[in-house]
Design a protein around this ligand. Structure first.
Ligand SMILES: NC(=O)c1ccc[n+]([C@@H]2O[C@H](COP(=O)([O-])OP(=O)(O)OC[C@H]3O[C@@H](n4cnc5c(N)ncnc54)[C@H](O)[C@@H]3O)[C@@H](O)[C@H]2O)c1
Ligand SMILES: O=CCCC(=O)O
Length: 497
C-alpha cells in the first residue's frame, strides 16, 4: 500500500495535542488510578496516544466544576456567549488542517472528508452564536384582568454531552455549541475511539474565552459504563444528550429516569434510499454514493436499504457498480482515497456477517464482499454491492454501518412506502424522483425525522437533525437545537394595586 505515512508529529499546532482530561480548567489524569487506554489509527493499528482512563470519581468532579461554573456562566449575556462561539469557530477554520489530520488519524475518514467535518462542525458554532440572541419569551394574554403573564427562557443547567466516534468534531460542536450558547455549562464525553478531536476542540474553546468549569472533558474507553452512569444519575446534571447506538440510548434513558433529566437521543437509523423510475440516473448515482460511502458508510443516516423501482433496477445496479469500482480504498491520509478504513474491528466483523447472511438468503454479491487484502492490519472492507436483497436479511432490520450497498427491487409507490416504514427506527430517508408531487407524498409518508430529495446528505446546521421511533427524540441544529438546553419559565404578576 502506497501510504504516505502521516502521524500526530505532522500536526503543526502542538497545543492541540493534550493527552489528558479537562476538569475545572486543569488538564488532568485519572485522580484515583494510573489506568490508561490507547487511541489507535484504524488504518494501521499504530498507537497514536495514551490517555487517562477516567472513572466515576473524575466524572463527579467534572460535574461539580460545571455546577459551580454555572452560577456565573448563566449570568453572561447571550451576546458575550455569541462572541466566544464565533471566536471558537474562527479558530477551527484557522486550524483546519491540523484538526482534519487528527481526525483522520483516529477515525479513518479521508482528509477531504475530515476537513469538511471541521467546517461543518464550525458551522454549528456560528449558527448557535446567532441563535443565542433569539431565545425570546412571550407576553401571554391573561384570563384574569388583574394579572399579567410573561414567559422567558433560561439555561437548564449542567449539560452532559456524549458524542460518538463517527463525527468526532461535529457532534461535539452540535451539542456543546448549543449548550454553551444557551448558558449551560458542559461535561463532554467523547467516544474512547476518537477523543483527540474533542480534546483539540476543548483547547480551542478555552482559547476562545470559555471560562474554567464551563467545559469539562472526560476521557474513557473501558470505563465508559461507569462514566455514563454517573452522568445519568448525578442530580447536578439537568440535561443529557447522546448520539450513538439505540442499545446504549435505551440504557441511558433508563439510568436517567432516577433524576428525570431532559434528554436528547440521536440513535441508530436504517435509512431507506428510494429511487423511482423517473429519477435522473446521474442524480441517483451521485446521491447514492454520497449517502452510502460518506465516512465509509458509518453515518447514522447512511443509505442502509436502497430500494430501486423495477424499470431502472438493472441499469442502476450496473452504473452504481461501475462507479463503485473506481473508488480508491486506503488510509484516509493517502492522496485520492475515497473509502477509508472502518473505525474499529467490530465493524468489519458485523459487515461481513451481514454480507454472509444476505448471500444465504438469496442475495448476489456483484462486487466486493470481503475484507481488503494487502492493506496491513487496518480495518478495511471491500466496497460491496449486493443485488436481490429481501426482507429476510439482517440488513433489512439493522444498520450495517459499512460501505455495503444492498439493492431491493420494488414495483409501486405504495409498496415501497410500506417496506420503508416496516422498521423500528426512523432517522433519515432519501427520495430520488423528478416528480414533485411524488416527492411530497413520499416525504410525508416516511416515518423518519429527515428526508432528502434528490440528494445524498442531510447535514446543515440550520436544519433540525433527529429521528422518530427507535432513532430517539430531540432535535440538534436548527432553531430547535437551542431549545433542548433551555427551560421556559412563566411569571404571573398581580397588577391589582
Ligand atoms: N447515531 C450515530 O451516529 C451512531 C454513532 C455510532 C454508532 N452508531 C450505531 O451503533 C453501532 C455500534 O457502534 P458501537 O460499537 O460504537 O456501539 P456501542 O453501542 O458500543 O457504543 C456507542 C457509543 O456509546 C458509548 N457508550 C457505550 N456504552 C456506554 C454507556 N454504558 N454509557 C455511556 N456511553 C456508552 C460509546 O463510547 C460509543 O460512543 C453502529 O454499528 C451504529 O449502528 C450510531
Ligand atoms: O452520524 C451522525 C451525524 C451525521 C450528520 O450530521 O451528517
Amino acid at each position: 500500500m502506497a501510504n504516505q505515512k502521516k502521524t500526530l508529529d505532522d500536526v503543526k499546532n502542538k497545543k492541540l495535542l493534550k493527552h489528558k482530561g479537562l476538569i475545572n480548567g486543569e488538564w488532568v489524569d485519572c485522580s484515583s488510578s494510573k489506568s490508561t487506554f490507547d487511541v489507535v489509527d484504524p488504518a494501521t493499528l499504530d498507537k497514536l496516544a495514551t490517555l487517562p482512563e477516567m472513572d466515576k470519581h473524575d466524572t463527579a468532579k467534572a460535574v461539580d466544576a460545571a455546577h459551580e461554573a454555572f452560577k456565573t456562566w448563566k449570568k453572561t449575556t447571550a451576546r458575550q456567549r455569541a462572541r466566544m462561539l464565533r471566536k471558537w469557530s474562527d479558530l477551527c477554520h484557522e486550524n483546519v488542517d491540523d484538526l482534519a489530520l487528527i481526525m483522520t488519524l483516529e477515525n479513518g475518514k479521508t482528509l477531504a472528508e475530515a476537513k469538511g467535518e471541521v467546517v461543518y462542525g464550525a458551522s454549528f458554532l456560528e449558527w448557535f452564536a446567532t441563535q443565542a440572541e433569539m431565545t425570546h419569551g412571550q407576553v401571554v394574554p391573561p384570563a384574569n384582568p388583574n394579572q399579567r403573564i410573561v414567559t422567558f427562557k433560561q439555561a437548564i443547567g449542567v449539560a452532559a454531552c456524549l458524542a460518538p466516534w463517527n463525527f468526532p468534531i461535529a457532534m461535539i460542536t452540535r451539542k456543546c455549541g448549543a449548550a454553551l450558547a444557551a448558558g449551560c455549562t458542559t461535561v463532554w464525553k467523547p467516544a474512547g475511539e476518537t477523543p483527540l478531536s474533542a480534546i483539540a476542540q476543548a483547547v480551542l474553546a478555552e482559547e476562545a474565552g470559555f471560562p474554567k468549569g464551563s467545559i469539562n472533558l472526560i476521557t474513557s474507553l473501558t470505563t465508559v459504563a461507569e462514566v455514563g452512569e454517573e452522568l445519568c444519575k448525578n442530580p447536578k446534571v439537568h440535561k443529557l444528550s447522546f448520539t450513538g447506538s439505540t442499545r446504549v440510548g435505551k440504557l441511558l434513558m433508563q439510568q436517567c429516569s432516577s433524576t428525570l433529566k431532559k434528554l436528547s437521543l440521536e440513535l441508530g437509523g436504517n435509512s431507506p434510499f428510494i429511487v423511482f423510475n423517473d429519477a435522473k440516473m446521474g442524480t441517483a448515482i451521485e446521491a447514492a454514493i454520497l449517502a452510502k460511502f460518506r465516512n465509509s458508510g458509518q453515518t447514522c443516516v447512511t443509505a442502509n436499504r436502497v430500494f430501486v423501482q423495477s424499470g431502472i433496477y438493472d441499469e442502476f445496479a450496473k452504473q452504481l457498480t461501475e462507479k463503485i469500482k473506481t473508488l480508491k480504498v486506503g488510509a484516509g491520509t493517502e492522496e485520492g482515497v475515497f473509502v477509508g478504513p472502518l473505525t474499529h474491528d467490530r465493524a468489519v466483523e458485523k459487515a461481513l456477517a451481514h454480507i454472509e447472511d444476505a448471500k444465504q438468503h438469496g442475495g448476489q454479491v456483484v462486487y466486493g464482499g470481503k475484507a481488503m487484502e494487502g492493506m496491513g492490519k487496518g480495518y478495511f472492507l471491500q466496497p460491496t454491492v449486493i443485488t436481490g436483497m429481501n426482507t429476510k436479511m439482517l440488513t433489512t432490520r439493522e444498520e450495517t454501518f459499512a460501505p455495503v450497498v444492498g439493492l431491493y427491487k420494488f414495483e409501486t409507490e405504495e409498496e415501497v412506502i410500506e417496506l420503508a416504514n416496516d422498521c423500528d427506527v426512523g432517522l433519515g430517508g432519501f427520495v430520488i424522483t423528478e416528480n414533485m408531487a411524488r416527492s411530497w407524498r413520499v416525504a410525508e409518508a416516511l416515518e423518519v425525522g429527515m428526508v432528502g430529495v434528490n440528494l445524498g446528505m442531510l447535514s446543515a446546521c440550520e436544519s433540525p437533525f433527529g429521528g422518530v421511533k427507535g432513532s430517539g427524540f430531540g432535535r440538534e441544529g436548527g432553531t430547535q437545537g437551542l431549545d433542548e438546553y433551555l427551560v421556559t419559565k412563566a411569571m404571573l404578576i398581580n397588577v391589582a394595586n
